[in-house]
Design a protein around this ligand. Structure first.
Ligand SMILES: NC(=O)c1ccc[n+]([C@@H]2O[C@H](COP(=O)([O-])OP(=O)(O)OC[C@H]3O[C@@H](n4cnc5c(N)ncnc54)[C@H](O)[C@@H]3O)[C@@H](O)[C@H]2O)c1
Length: 457
């Protein structure tokens, strides 16, 4: 590769420059998240209770709900008092996990009964199918609890708006489960883009979530819910109940289910909301799945007008090939960042025509796509004496955690008044509008425009 002159616009010494660039990249300068300055120690397995424990409950002990449950068990100072789930099988499943940690809970199938009997709940985790998020989150907020609600915030814009309004009216916290917002890997990348300007001007983005098959959820023989119970909760049969993702009544489709995480990152990194979207999609491959009505593949192009100029962002979900997995890519005139919440993918490809940065020579390189790429190395920061920065090393430990644990930690620290939400209701709302309107573009086969006023409520 050719060498270019060293860019050092601030006239710093080489060592100072390396340190500043590294710190900025690691999210340790003033504008980073509070955990960058005030990191907690390693999570502890929960044990006995204390009077200061936050009293929490979960609605929806399905696969994601149980994952969140096991993550919260690593956060000190939380005590589950109730599990609510429509399905007796999942009620038992969830309550038994908690029992192993000496957390004996009351079990409910109806959230109304739970909220009327469980007084003084500090917080509720909502991990039900998307179509119930607004009803469940609003009821909990109105009952005086803070809420961590899974994405997609709602399968309708109206539902998402009602959640923002209820959070404002009650003064309670509402965090939406876009966990990348709490990931040091993403903070690290944003600092590299904004402060170190390693990508130059971003002109295009790309994101994908490719997998080889539809996510199919079954149920153990003999654990089927009775027809009247299914009807009481709004489902006609067990397939709707378990595979709600593939029905328009219950879900915003694959762009909401998978894409919302990544399209949220487009908005976040570009510091903008889109001005238009066009798309194409269909239920083309899994045609034998009668009754299901969401696309099995969708492709969209978003148009943005950012402070630095126009950007086009392509996003796709495929359910017939796992090629490339899931990641996001930001392409600028000086370089490209590829990153994923898979915990492994994180590289910067610098253009050979870009002005060489001094720290590039010291950065670890790996070969990707036949080229040298700078690996994202969170915590590999050098202090001015040339040693690794201790704060950076703590950040490195944080970056090893699952981003959902980090997002929950951010929520519970905020409940205790020690932090601020990384994905409050207003951010979830912007993402919901961005994603749900793309479905209209696909359905109607048109380029749909956004008014900037649509993103606020
Ligand atoms: N943040 C992430 O990475 C991530 C990953 C997966 C899922 N999710 C989200 O988590 C939520 C749950 O997804 P999942 O994959 O766990 O689905 P799931 O079907 O496994 O779980 C949903 C649970 O809700 C229960 N339920 C359904 N209707 C109910 C009702 N009216 N009242 C009470 N309980 C009810 C079901 O019995 C089930 O236990 C969804 O919003 C999904 O988008 C987020």
């Amino acid at each position: 590769m050719s060498r270019h002159s060293i860019e050092n616009p601030m006239g710093m010494s080489r060592r100072e420059f390396v340190r500043t660039a590294a710190l900025a990249g690691a999210g340790l300068l003033a504008t980073g998240p509070s955990w960058a300055q005030d990191l907690q120690g390693a999570p502890a397995k929960s044990g006995g209770s204390s009077a200061n424990d936050l009293r929490i409950a979960i609605i929806g002990a399905g696969s994601q709900g149980r994952f969140l449950m096991t993550q919260t068990l690593k956060i000190p100072g939380l005590r589950y008092v109730a599990v609510c789930d429509a399905w007796p099988y999942h009620q038992r499943y969830g309550a038994n996990i908690l029992k192993k940690y000496d957390q004996i809970v009351n079990v409910y199938d109806d959230y109304r009964e739970m909220l009327s009997k469980e007084k003084d709940l500090d917080a509720v985790i909502v991990a039900t199918p998307d179509w119930m998020h607004a009803e469940h989150a609003n009821a909990c907020l109105n009952a005086g609890a803070h809420v961590y609600c899974e994405k997609e915030m709602s399968n309708t814009v109206e539902g998402a708006r009602s959640m923002v309004e209820t959070a404002r009216k009650t003064g309670k916290l509402l965090q939406i489960g876009h966990q990348r917002r709490s990931s040091p890997r993403y903070w690290h990348s944003i600092k590299m883009i904004d402060k170190d300007k390693v990508l130059g001007r971003i002109t295009h983005c790309y994101g994908q979530w490719n997998r080889a098959q539809l996510l199919e959820q079954g149920w153990p023989k003999g654990e089927e819910m009775a027809d009247d119970a299914l009807k009481r909760f709004g489902y006609d049969n067990m397939d709707q109940f378990r595979n709600w993702r593939w029905y328009r009544r219950f879900s915003g489709g694959p762009l909401a289910d998978l894409g919302s995480h990544q399209i949220d990152i487009f908005n976040w990194i570009l510091k903008a909301t889109p001005t238009a979207v066009l798309g194409s999609g269909g239920l083309d491959y899994y045609t034998e799945q009668t009754g299901r009505d969401w696309y099995d593949n969708a492709m969209t192009i978003y148009e943005y007008r950012t402070a630095l100029g126009p950007v086009r962002a392509f996003y796709q979900v495929l359910n017939t090939t796992s090629y490339g997995g899931f990641y996001e890519q930001f392409m600028g005139d000086q370089g490209t960042l590829q990153i994923s919440d898979d915990g492994k993918t994180g590289y910067v490809f610098r253009e050979v025509t870009a002005k060489r940065r001094e720290w590039e020579d010291e950065a670890d390189k790996i070969e990707k796509l036949g080229r040298d790429a700078i690996e994202l190395k969170i915590g590999e920061t050098l202090a001015s004496d040339g040693k690794k920065d201790p704060e950076g090393q703590k950040l490195l430990a944080e970056s090893m955690k699952d981003s959902r644990l980090l997002h929950l930690e951010n929520f519970f620290r905020t409940v205790r008044g020690e932090d601020k939400l990384n994905c409050p209701a207003e951010v979830g709302y912007e993402t919901a509008v961005t994603v749900l309107k793309a479905n209209r573009a696909i359905d109607d086969g048109v380029r749909v425009t956004f008014e900037s006023s649509e993103f606020t409520c």
